[in-house]
Write a protein that binds this ligand. Sequence first.
Ligand code: GDP
Ligand code: MG
Length: 163
Amino acid sequence: MLPIIVLIGRTNVGKSTLFNILTKKRNALVSSLSGLTRDRNYEFCYLEKNKKFILTDTAGFDFESKIIKTQAHKQTLIAMKEADLILFVVNAREGILPGEYEILKKIRKYQKESFLIINKIDGIKEVEKIHEFYSLGFKKNIKISASHNQGINHFINKYLTPW
Ligand code: GDP
Ligand code: MG
């Protein structure tokens, strides 16, 4: 069995963009519209000989919308349950929002290995905004820009080894 890695986080933080980069495919629906990836989306991800896993993209948690919330939340929770590693993606531009604490509670409940992925660091000048995320208490805080391909190789080489 290959290890399963799941991408979770609020909507629009860049989960599907990162999913597409890692799977090198374009079949995750990337959009600035909220809540388009309703179900779990799996892909085999063969980055190198020793980096083979199944990557799961999720709709994540949309704390503003009430329409597709139930289904999206449910699917995301199932994906978390199945996973060996959780990648919690946050948006460096927005800082920590209340939704992040809700997600953190769910991660703690599952007690799985988890990394914090601080995305959208492109063009960010206020370093404090990024440092704020360290208070979430993750041992591994990884700064990337999925759309600008920054920090991706470092992330793959340093962190996506057997954890
Ligand atoms: P998801 O809802 O978490 O899956 O987010 P998406 O991957 O669909 O991305 C939401 C929006 O953020 C899209 O318009 C992306 O192009 C944009 N985006 C994703 N990653 C980055 C990034 O690193 N920097 C910037 N500036 N925009 C990004
Ligand atoms: Mg998505």
